[in-house]
Design a protein around this ligand. Structure first.
Ligand code: NDP
Length: 314
């Protein structure tokens, strides 16, 4: 029966490196995990080009290809991957309750949270109005639409550096707006940006407004030192200013920090709720790497297994 409440030993919420790694371990430990992919199956790596820093891939691998391998490995051991989103949880009792967006209630003895993080936006009205009309948070997804056109990227971290470098291969001119007089990006990424001829870095520069009615036509920026305001014609505007953890649905139950990252007991994946474990970017405000996410996904599955053994469930 469709609306019958299902009960599982282990539910994993999220399908990035943390979720799929938790699934590999949980499935191999006979916990029969159900993994809910969420709205972006594969997570943030689906919008990345070359992953060059994941051990075991000496020549690098494309983000989506890597996530495909993660999923296949999790499924090989019997993970039930469901392309659905969990929109509500109730962690008030010993049995943890979650609801899919379609309204299906599911109960679990243990839950692994691996919901990751999402791109942040500047918060300008014009940014919202022109989203998908030239404004994007993903150069890899949308860059191709701006082939042979001038574009801009805002941000000073590794993501902005990566997006600018990617777009420089497609577009004649890439403007990079950095709000301070230095970038936060790693040295190697910065060097790549600074040594790319068709990337112009605008230091101490903030975006005032994105201009255009039906599509992006230009951007108005201000130099915070001189106060100079200028309009730069562009067709694509890429926001790359960091991410926020996807933990909103847990906030009534799980202890979060001031930014929204899940607090775990140091050295473990345990949250304040027994039987609920957290992994990946949802609980990591420092490292936020695919390999660290995978590592914490492993920890969460091992912690969940230990918990289920103690409870006599497996
Ligand atoms: P970061 O938080 O590292 O950087 C965000 C950048 O955006 C900072 O330069 C910040 O400026 C700037 N910024 C924030 N808010 C605004 C705003 N309102 N207006 C203008 N600029 C703003 O995020 P990233 O997404 O770049 O990186 C996240 C993590 O992922 C990092 O650990 C990074 O190393 C990693 N990463 C690694 C990659 C790789 O190795 N291939 C690729 C991409 C990411 P300020 O510095 O002034 O705060």
């Amino acid at each position: 029966m469709e609306n019958e409440i299902q009960h599982h030993k282990c539910i994993i919420i999220g399908s990035g490196p943390a979720g799929y790694t938790a699934a590999v371990y949980a499935a191999r430990a006979n916990m029969h995990p159900i993994l809910f992919t969420g709205p972006e199956p594969g997570g943030q790596l689906m919008i990345t080009t070359d992953v060059e820093n994941y051990p075991g891939y000496p020549d690098g691998i494309m983000g989506p290809a890597m996530m495909d391998e993660f999923r296949k490995q999790a499924e090989r051991f019997g993970t039930d991957v469901r392309y659905e989103m969990i929109s509500k949880v109730d962690f008030s009792g010993p049995v943890h309750k979650v609801w899919t967006e379609a309204g299906q209630e599911i109960h679990a003895d243990s839950v692994v949270i691996s919901t990751g993080a999402s791109a942040k936006w500047l918060g300008l009205d014009s940014e919202k109005r022109l989203t998908n009309k030239g404004v994007s948070a993903c150069a890899v997804c949308d860059g191709f639409f701006f082939k042979d056109m001038d574009v801009a990227v805002v941000g000073g971290g590794d993501t902005a550096a990566e997006e600018a470098s990617y777009l420089a291969k497609l577009c004649p001119q890439v403007h990079l707006f950095v709000r301070r007089d230095e970038m936060r990006a790693s040295k190697v990424m910065q060097d790549r940006v600074l040594n790319t001829e068709n990337i112009t870095v605008h230091w101490n520069t903030v975006t005032e407004e994105i201009l255009g009615e039906e599509e992006v036509e230009a951007v108005r920026v201000k130099n915070t030192i001189t106060g100079d305001v200028s309009e730069i014609p562009i067709k694509g505007f890429f926001v790359a200013i960091g991410h926020k953890p996807n933990t909103g649905i847990f906030k009534d139950w799980i202890t979060l920090d001031d930014v929204g990252y899940i607090k775990t007991v140091p050295g473990t994946s345990r949250t304040n709720i027994e039987g609920v474990f957290a992994s990946g970017d949802a609980q990591d405000r420092i490292y936020r790497q695919a390999v660290t996410a995978a590592g914490t996904g492993c920890m969460a599955a091992l912690d969940a297994e230990r918990y289920l053994v103690e409870k006599g469930v497996v």
